[in-house]
Design a protein around this ligand. Structure first.
Ligand SMILES: Nc1ncnc2c1ncn2[C@@H]1O[C@H](COP(=O)(O)OP(=O)(O)O)[C@@H](O)[C@H]1O
Ligand SMILES: [Mg+2]
Length: 292
């Protein structure tokens, strides 16, 4: 593992919006980071911390004010005219992507990315149907106008459009924002399945610590334009106090279990839901009895 080239590496990445104007804003401040190929990472941080700015650098939508980004070891901006290649390699689903649908039919909207990549008609057709099915859209919805669909369905069209390009890295910026719990679980479940089936790297921006804990083995925390931590969810959540200070609440049960561990109880680190807490307490109580 140690010799493997990380899929994404940021080196002293700094980004300043409106530099040299009164509105100047340092949105990323000397970020250093390596993400290993095939990881599934939750990106968390308070609103305005710099999450969207960070991920937009990974597919070349933003260019660093200073510092470098490497994709598979390749300096992204070595030849700016080549940046398109990276946009196909790293697929980005924006926040509220449904506002960016614009074609006459769902089919055409999903086909937009693959077409741009220069896929053949038959490859496009396979990719469109496969990704539509994957996100739970039916065949007859493909001929509809995207504007006839519900909010949740539109969101799925937008996600299918990026999946159809089969990007090496899939990045989603708060893909569940504004959805009800059922729509949320469905989309996150599909993203997890995509990750498991393809083994591709996935970055999931979320403000829900519960969702990150449930779906992502690793978490990246951005705070005030800086990278605070990139580690396993267990390790990240063990910094409960600092996270709370940043306005990021660790799930309550996780705080309780962290405290129990500090007090010397042999409880698991992976307790993020009340259901898991119940199972874990029963297990520990049973084992405790066995010792007597
Ligand atoms: N286009 C922009 N022009 C100026 N400032 C911006 C722009 N986009 C974001 N910012 C500022 O940069 C900071 C980081 O924003 P953003 O990356 O969107 O954070 P997050 O996604 O974590 O909410 C915020 O202070 C935000 O107001
Ligand atoms: Mg954002």
């Amino acid at each position: 593992m140690q010799n493997e080239t990380p899929v994404i590496r940021a080196e002293d990445l700094t980004y300043i919006y409106s530099q040299g104007t009164p509105y100047q804003k340092v949105a990323l401040d000397h970020v250093n980071l390596s993400i290993e190929t095939g990881a599934m990472v939750g990106v968390i941080g308070h609103t305005g911390s710099g999450k969207s700015t960070l991920i937009q650098h990974f597919n070349g939508l933003l260019r660093p004010t200073s510092g470098k980004i490497y994709i598979d070891g390749e300096d992204m901006w070595a030849q700016p005219s080549q940046i398109r290649r990276f946009r196909f390699k790293v697929g980005l689903v924006f926040q509220y992507p449904e506002y960016q649908l614009f074609e006459e039919t769902v089919y055409k909207d999903i086909a937009f990315g693959p077409k741009n990549m220069g896929m053949s008609e038959s490859e496009i057709d396979t990719a469109v149907r496969r990704s539509a099915q994957f996100v739970g859209l039916s065949e007859d919805q493909l001929d509809k106008s995207p504007f006839e669909l519900s909010g949740g369905q539109k969101r799925r069209v937008a996600i299918a459009g990026v999946l159809a390009m089969n990007p090496e890295v899939l990045i989603l910026d708060e893909p569940t924002a504004g959805l009800d719990p059922m729509g949320r679980d469905m989309i996150l479940g599909q993203i997890r399945e995509y990750h498991q089936q393809q083994g591709n790297t996935v970055l999931l921006v979320s403000h829900s610590m519960e969702d990150v804990a449930k779906y992502c083995p690793k978490a990246l925390v951005v705070n005030d334009s800086k990278l605070f931590l990139y580690d396993t969810v267990e390790e990240v959540f063990s910094h409960a106090q600092e996270l709370t200070g940043m306005g990021l609440a660790v799930p309550q049960v996780s705080s309780i279990f962290l405290r129990l561990r500090q007090l010397g109880y042999p409880v698991s680190e992976r307790v993020f839901t009340v259901g898991q807490a119940q199972d874990e307490l029963l297990r520990v109580l049973k084992e405790g009895k066995g010792d007597e």
